[in-house]
Design a protein around this ligand. Structure first.
Ligand code: PEP
Ligand code: MN
Length: 334
């Protein structure tokens, strides 16, 4: 349920209303906008007397929210959330490109790619250390050493880093990581999500291969219910009958999620298409659709990449893409 407070209401009055809700065992999520304060009431609100509430001078509107996701719901928090990713803001008009290799392979590789993507305009460095591979015989990532190498690249370039977590027991290794990625395969690993809810780290939550947008929002809700509201959502393609592309990029996810939630929306055209030649078109389309950021795989030598070489751009291709993205962004501002 949401309660919209009339503009100009005194803080003490709002506090006493919050107290009244809490006395009834309800959780209150407060969202202060430029004009309105919105109270999101979570819990068994059936017992709340809405007629009484609506009769209060300070209350402009009361609305029951039937969606099962509350904290992620735009009705609870009308303004866009802005997530601070180690100094780089995303959301609410702040746009960022996360770029880097699928996997961290060596110190030379990650520092070279980090410098190249930074020069081209990326502001966050990506790189997998723990890799969720379909085959147990494929390269599984450099694990803890991979994170150390990312931190070294961060030191050299000043770029915040994002890397994927697969197991909550690994959390201590992520202490200095700026953004934790939850991959598509773990979107519904609820125990992992609950653990991340107990941290205050920004989390990039990727949509599962066969999950609906509502399920993605419920997974975000798991993290937020634990107290961590620093969440970004990522569409990275879903399974369909189409086989030409690795997955099918559901670009409508951008406007749909923008309607449903205040959380930033990132598009990953690399995993969505699986083909480097298709990545730039889908990246600019995502920006035109209103995405708050992009995640792009870039490798210094894609043919020799230990993972996802076919979808990785070279630094030169990435530079070209970043310029096209900038043009689209400028065009949209006019
Ligand atoms: C990745 O970003 O390297 C990755 C494995 O992505 P996804 O979970 O979207 O497949
Ligand atoms: Mn990859």
């Amino acid at each position: 349920m949401i309660t919209v407070i009339r503009p100009g209401t005194k803080e003490e009055q709002i506090d006493s209303l919050i107290h009244w809700f809490r006395e009834q065992g309800l959780d209150v999520h407060i969202s202060k906008g430029e004009v309105h304060t919105v109270l999101g009431i979570i819990g068994d609100t059936a017992k709340v007397d809405t007629d009484l509430l609506e009769g209060l001078e300070m209350v402009e509107m009361v609305q029951r929210v039937s969606d099962p996701f509350k904290k992620a719901n735009r009705k609870f928090h009308p303004e866009d959330s802005v997530i601070d990713c180690g100094g780089v803001k995303i959301g609410g008009g702040h746009f960022a490109i996360m770029a880097g290799p699928c996997s961290v392979e060596s110190e030379e590789q990650i520092t070279l790619v980090a410098n190249e993507v930074k020069k081209a305009g990326a502001t966050i460095l990506r790189g997998g250390a723990f890799k969720p591979r379909t085959s147990p015989y494929d390269f599984q990532g450099l694990k803890a050493e991979g994170i150390e190498l990312l931190l070294e690249a961060k030191k050299q370039t000043g770029m915040p880093i994002i890397t994927e977590i697969m197991n909550a027991n690994h959390l201590p290794l992520f202490e200095k990581v700026d953004v934790i990625q939850v991959g598509a395969r773990n979107m519904q690993n609820f125990e992992l999500l609950k653990e991340l809810g107990r941290t205050n780290k920004p989390v990039l939550l990727k949509r599962g291969l066969a999950n609906s947008l509502k399920e993605l929002l419920m997974s975000a809700e798991y993290i937020m219910a634990g107290g961590n509201e620093n969440i970004m959502l990522c569409e990275r393609g879903i399974r369909t009958f189409e086989t030409y592309t690795r997955n099918t990029l559901d670009l409508s996810a951008v406007p749909v999620l923008k309607e449903l939630t205040h959380l930033p929306v990132i598009i990953d055209p690399s995993h969505a298409t699986g083909k480097a030649s298709l990545v730039p078109s889908m990246a600019v389309a995502a920006v035109a659709a209103g995405a708050d950021g992009l995640m792009i795989e870039v490798h210094n030598d894609p043919k020799k990449a230990l993972c996802d070489g076919a979808q990785s751009l070279t630094p030169a291709q990435f530079e070209k893409l970043a310029k096209r993205v900038e043009k689209i962004r400028t065009a949209l501002e006019d």
